[in-house]
Design a protein. Structure first.
Length: 310
């Protein structure tokens, strides 16, 4: 029995009820390409102890305050770098499920009008205490947020937890302006891999299934993520490199995604003192990666030269 209660018949978010067996806790929807947990959803799971106890005892991860320190220079910087390539400040951004609030804070330092949400008021208070950000408590559907009031809605490690992702994201779509975009990170189910394939390769994706079946109710493939967002009227998808290989990271929009070059990003960040600090964080974070790519280009150039001489 899982922490979320006994297994039961859950249909897919897309409406398909004819699911096939996949693993002990998951069934697979062949209609859209989603893994569907059969654990019962427990809304009380995400109280304060989810971050202060469950993360450490059940998942073996750092607690929320340590995560605030670890995430800021790694995941948060990665996410911001991508966001800036499609949206410049000062735009209005809502992060649904902001946890410790580090990413909301980084976006605000960059010049965005950013706020967050958390299900539990104690967790929202933690985000406010650590980073001084505004975090609304409650489901996003229950909050007094005006339609078309955000240019960007961020859902990092959120949609897999939603009991009704179609309904929640439909509501979020109403909060976006006509040119607004979703930015989403979620574990990626690779449809061509069976459960046996995952086991043989000891794929890291297995941890999202073995220990999180009562949390990760829907595990999306690229195909199912595209179908979900297309139903919302966001058919344009761009997949980008995630921080961790077992995730997918994407942006979705109603029309063509705007693209900002490095010069435009630099000018936007240079407009404020905190923006300049954020630019320095970005420069430092991607310094080693830029050096690696430069070495790859140099090696390719040298190899091409040798081929020409030969």
């Amino acid at each position: 029995m899982s922490a979320g209660g006994p297994a039961h018949e859950r249909s897919c978010w897309c409406g398909n009820r004819a699911l096939e067996p996949f693993s002990e806790h998951y069934r697979v929807c062949r209609a859209c390409g989603t893994l569907v947990s059969q654990a019962r959803y427990d809304p009380l799971l995400y109280d304060k102890t989810y971050w202060t106890a469950r993360q450490t005892s059940h998942h073996g991860l750092p607690g929320i305050r340590e995560r605030a320190r670890l995430d800021l220079p790694e995941r948060c910087v990665h996410w911001l770098n991508y966001l800036l390539s499609h949206q410049l400040p000062p735009a209005r951004v809502l992060e649904v499920g902001c946890a410790h609030g580090g990413y909301v804070a980084l976006m605000r330092w960059a010049g965005f009008e950013a706020d967050g949400t958390e299900l539990n008021p104690d967790v929202a208070k933690i985000a406010e205490d650590i980073f001084g950000v505004r975090a609304f408590a409650g489901t996003v559907e229950s909050l007094p947020l005006k339609a078309e009031s955000f240019e960007v809605i961020v859902l990092n490690d959120v949609i897999e937890h939603l009991p009704d992702p179609l309904s929640t994201l439909t509501h979020c779509a109403r909060l976006l302006t006509s040119g607004g975009i979703f930015v989403i990170q979620t574990p990626e189910y690779k449809e061509h891999l069976s459960y046996e394939d995952l086991q043989k390769s000891e794929n890291l994706f297995l941890k999202h299934m073995a220990r999180m079946q009562d949390e990760h109710l829907y595990l999306f493939s690229r195909r199912s993520a595209g179908m979900l967002l297309s139903r919302l009227g966001f058919p344009t998808l761009e997949f980008s490199n995630p921080v961790f290989a077992y995730d997918m990271f994407l942006a979705a929009s109603r029309g063509p995604l705007p693209v900002n070059d490095a010069g435009a990003v630099f000018r936007a960040l240079s407009a404020t003192p905190t923006g300049r600090l954020v630019q320095a964080l970005l420069d430092k974070a991607f310094e080693s990666k830029d050096r690696w790519w430069a070495m790859q280009r140099l090696e390719a150039k040298l190899n091409n030269s040798r081929d020409t001489v030969d």
